[in-house]
Design a protein around this ligand. Structure first.
Ligand SMILES: [Cu+2]
Length: 159
């Protein structure tokens, strides 16, 4: 019994290493590689959170159709639309991922909006985000929380 327990414990320790090490690592599923998922620390109140990442597609054409996370009531895919001098955000149902291309979510462009935050996003912590692809299916990534002012601003992006 002791031996079995020891073996189980050893397996758990071995499993824990890659899980911890993969926090900042890229996630590759088929031809898709999701890299550098990050979010801004939340400033409190009812302001939504925002997350960014890059998706490189070396396989067949696919599209990102949605996302979800236990830290938010609802997760939406958004883009910034320039309307004359004004920039406003718009929700997109799906984002096409052409074969051989990279799609970058970044401040001032495509972003993942975390509405109805259930907990504060604290700098230095991480949270899980699930991406839903038309072809690749469901892919889980770990988002690293950066400073509240990291790389630009997200003003005007209310729910
Ligand atoms: Cu937005």
């Amino acid at each position: 019994m002791k031996t079995i327990f020891g073996a189980v414990l050893a397996a758990a320790v071995i499993l824990a290493v890659p899980a911890g090490a993969s926090l900042a690592a890229d996630v590759t599923v088929g031809g898709l590689t999701i890299s550098n998922p990050w979010a801004r620390a939340s400033t409190g109140g009812s302001r939504p959170g925002v997350a960014y990442l890059t998706i490189a597609n070396k396989g067949g054409a696919d599209s990102l159709t949605g996302a979800g996370s236990p830290v938010a009531g609802r997760v939406e895919l958004h883009r910034i639309v320039h309307d004359g001098d004004r920039a406003r955000m718009g929700r997109i149902g799906k984002i096409r991922l052409p074969k051989g291309k990279s799609v970058e979510f970044k401040p001032g462009g495509l972003h993942i909006m975390l509405l109805g935050l259930k907990r504060r996003l604290k700098e230095g912590e991480t949270f899980p985000l699930t991406l839903y692809f038309a072809e690749a299916g469901r892919v889980d990534v770990t988002v690293r929380i950066m400073g509240a002012g990291a790389m630009g601003d997200h003003k005007g992006h209310g729910p």
